[in-house]
Design a protein around this ligand. Structure first.
Ligand code: SF4
Length: 215
């Protein structure tokens, strides 16, 4: 079984269909066992939104509410992101939203205690990469908004530092395709910030760069 493989062998690749559109991809992802994260999570949380979106928003992984509901960015961070996008001039309804890792990773002290988000490892991000690669291939967005360090590392490599490149337009080859990217912080970092208003303004300013790049 794939989840008994050594960590280096973790990969979603055997589960990714070579043909079909996003619905086929989403259906196949529901059965992914490419790394151990599927074991404790409720379900695969696949990307959603306009299949011909001009902008793809890539976050880290589903959170607690996303894991239960099976949809990305439906919790508090998602609501904040929608508000920031609208304020920056990017219609959230015209975007495609997804995560670098499709299963919720968490720790839990006891079965009924709150599930605490845990960052995925580089190996887990790499294992899940084939799903994101196919989403990019099918949606063909004009711009990728990279939400936070984990999404940045998954797309641009382990040396990615969101503080160094946020709010700039990068041009990089991603999964063999030339892409334009605008990195910013993850909206959950805004919710955790001491000065939440300043952090929110920073997120909106970065998203305005994305809006201008799409104009
Ligand atoms: S996290 Fe990604 S690679 Fe791992 S089981 Fe889930 S969908 Fe598959």
């Amino acid at each position: 079984m794939a989840d008994k493989a050594p960590e280096d062998a973790y990969s979603a690749e055997p589960f990714v269909p070579s043909r079909g559109g996003l619905p086929a991809l989403r259906k196949a992802a529901a059965g992914c066992r490419g790394c151990p994260l599927h074991r404790d999570a409720t379900q695969t949380v696949f990307g959603t939104g306009d299949p011909h979106a001009r902008v793809m928003l890539v976050g880290e992984q589903p959170g607690d509410q996303e894991d239960r509901l099976g949809k990305p960015f439906v919790g508090p961070a998602g609501k904040l992101l929608d508000r920031a996008l609208a304020e920056a001039g990017v219609d959230p309804a015209e975007a495609y939203v997804t995560n670098a890792v499709k299963h919720f990773k968490f720790t839990q002290a006891e079965p009924r205690k709150r599930r605490i988000h845990k960052a995925p490892t580089l190996r887990e991000m790499t294992a899940c990469g084939p799903w994101l690669a196919r989403e990019l291939e099918l949606v063909e967005p004009e711009l990728i908004v990279v939400l936070g360090a984990t999404a940045g590392k998954a797309l641009l490599g382990a040396s990615f530092r969101v503080t160094q490149v946020r709010g700039t337009v990068l041009e990089e080859e991603i999964h063999g395709r030339p892409e334009r990217l605008v990195p910013t912080v993850h909206p959950s970092a805004v919710l955790r910030a001491d000065d939440r208003e300043a952090a929110y303004r920073g997120l909106v300013a970065d998203l305005e760069v994305a809006a201008r790049a799409l104009a």
